[in-house]
Ligand binder design. Sequence first.
Ligand code: PEP
Ligand code: MG
Length: 484
Amino acid sequence: MKCTGPAFLWNRTASDVAVRSFDEAFGLVRAELALASGSGDAAEVFSAHLEMLEDPMLREAVDSELAAGKQPLEAVDAACSCICAMFADIDDEYLRARVDDVRDVFARLREAMCGESAVREIPAGSVIVSTELLPSDTARIDFSSISGILCARGSVTSHVCIIAHAHGVPIRVGADISGIREGDIVEVDDPLVGGTANVVAQVRAAGRRVYANAGSVEEVRAAIAAGADGIGLFRTEFLFIGRECMPSEDEQRALYREALGACGGKPLTIRLLDIGGDKSLPYLPVPAEDNPFLGLRGIRFLLAHPELAETQLRAIAAAACEVRDAHPDWFAFGTPVRVMLPMVCTVDEVRRVRSMLAGVAGETCPVEVGIMVETPAAVLCAQELAAECDFFSIGTNDLTQYVMAADRGNASVGSLYDAQSPAVRRAVALTVAAAHSAVRPSSPVSAARPSGIPVGICGELASDPSATSWLLASGLDSFSLSRL
Ligand code: PEP
Ligand code: MG
């Protein structure tokens, strides 16, 4: 789909606009943050930002750069780098993870110095033009009012792309944004938006299931209303962004209960918290790592913090039991509640989560357990894993980066990061064959399936019309699309 609109420059420089003094900008930002921290969903975040702004350390850092002779905007940038470097060295994991908040506060100051409101309103219909948009930036964007996004950095599977696609907003990453000025009319061409109607038609014609990906209860509702056969990927980490602390077990139970209700008996695939790599939550810091995508990510992080996984599993199990009591008919042919483990590499990881689930909710808890197949290890051990799982879902976003050894967020290896490369196609074929030939022992929740377990796809590739034919030919049972 193509769209055009006036450019809204996210990171403006001194040459784009008149520059306000630091003091004036400071006052503006303080007033806006004080207002924003008074109410609304993100009030806690804004109040933490206000505290950070008022920390004398921030002003001292800027003053010392100004005293060294830097121009105001340069001084703000230098102070930001200096404070971020200090945070990176802190031993306390929680404080270290606040570095994104520091960047946010400085970004607001910068914006205010550039002559506009600290949190500039994005005019409806704009195309946002930016070097990069971080997860914290996306929280500031009203995706329902913009036309499109152009980003110089990032990849088609970066956080901002996933969210933009979920809202049907065309986005282009790796774009040449040099020379674009505020208000210029720019075009965004995104084949992944608007083409899903064809994908849906082909998948349905082949008799396979059409699921949707969702990151909020509203998205679950919208997908079911649009005719989805269920939710193939419910990204729970998206539920927890923009908060100051982890939701309690009871809050989580209520959320899962609501999402299950919105599905009305259709499958809801709840992925356990998938953080690490490029995703972190301010209150769940991931230790600094040289190679975060090869580090404490997904299931590894959860097994290192079992209390998190147990809370989530207890909340899901409680929601499942509540729904079963209220709607026994939804469970007549099996359970619609599916728990999915991210970033699995070994059978032991699955066994450990299963035993955790049995420990917190008993053996007869009406929940299926499956995995994301997104690592080469999972593909190569798919047979052994299928014997322990109720379903597979292929996560081509990560599978591609790990198979091709190409960072999914690094545009300079973008040509290698190809989800349709022969290596990834072969990985998909191997996974489907292993899943369909799996021999499963029966369990209290799922009857024995002599002919294997179902296998779907939930990476962005599922929505790409140019891949539909070969994905169907590979035998996948379901396609979970980023938007219906
Ligand atoms: C994937 O890796 O394909 C996937 C769907 O998960 P995420 O994009 O959230 O890592
Ligand atoms: Mg993934």
